[in-house]
Ligand binder design. Structure first.
Ligand code: 13P
Length: 255
């Protein structure tokens, strides 16, 4: 992270939390961020389930904590029962939206083309898209990791996207929620491949932040976040406890 890229630690709460839990968690993170103030070594973002976005937005108001959605629809409005638009997220104070998470790709059959359309919608609404990519265990075992990731990058980021509009999260599917993580060398290999691809597709694309996600926890955050090509983390399970999440934020190297 010696690069000038401002690190980002992003929480993905997934489908967890009723109102009281979510507000308490947001308040606990916000209080820590507020007292860290200028010593914060990066940006901190929470992505609650859609039902809690409004309440969490109020809970973090006036603190450095940023707000993200976990998904959005590709269209701006209309007959899409159960969906929410990028503008709706923005309206509640979100600045970011996670798109193409492996759980959406696997459980909802989202394709690269659909993710790309959502990224375009996020751009149009003024949201930064956190675009997730990652290989399955079978793809890694068959030596296809880099080809899969490059294909996802090409397919999921629309032409014309600019550096300020995109964050990429590398989340190996087999490392999500499993406690298993790639080796540091494997993380570096993939992040470098992503960086090279972004640089070749987007003007100034090597400045796009690339987060690592998949079983990030306090015990491995220091070594992962110290890697030069890792610009932060996307954290699932460990983001549901303020102490654990904050231990990960605190593992960021000081600039
Ligand atoms: P875990 O941190 O629980 O492995 O989840 C990672 C993830 O999917 C974040 O988006």
């Amino acid at each position: 992270m010696a690069s000038g890229r401002r690190p980002l630690i992003a929480a993905n709460w997934k489908m967890n939390g009723l109102k009281a839990d979510g507000v308490a968690l947001a308040q606990a993170v916000a209080a820590r961020a507020k007292s860290a103030g200028a010593t914060l070594a990066g940006e901190v973002l929470v992505s609650p389930p859609a039902t809690l976005i409004d309440a969490v937005s109020a809970a973090i108001a006036g603190t450095p904590v940023l707000l993200g959605g976990q998904d959005c629809h590709a269209q701006t409005s209309g007959a899409f029962t159960g969906d929410i638009s990028a503008a709706m997220l923005k309206d509640l104070g979100a600045s970011h939206v996670i798109l193409g998470h492996s759980e959406r790709r696997t459980l909802h059959g989202e394709t690269d083309a659909q993710v790309s359309a959502k990224v375009a919608a996020a751009r149009a609404a003024g949201l930064v898209a956190i675009v997730c990519v990652g290989e399955t265990e079978a793809q890694r075992d068959s030596g296809d990791t880099i080809a899969v990731i490059v294909g996802q990058i090409d397919g999921s980021i629309p032409a014309g996207a600019t550096v300020a509009e995109i964050v990429v999260a590398y989340e190996p599917v087999w490392a999500i929620g499993t406690g298993r993580t790639p080796t540091l060398a494997e993380i570096v290999e993939v992040h470098q491949a992503i960086r090279a691809r972004l640089a070749s597709r987007i003007p100034g694309g090597d400045a796009i932040r690339i987060l690592y996600g998949g079983s990030v926890k306090p015990s491995n955050a220091v070594e992962v976040l110290a890697l030069a090509d890792v610009d932060g983390a996307l954290v699932g399970g460990a983001s549901l406890k303020a102490e654990d999440f904050w231990a990960i934020v605190s593992a960021l190297p000081q600039a």
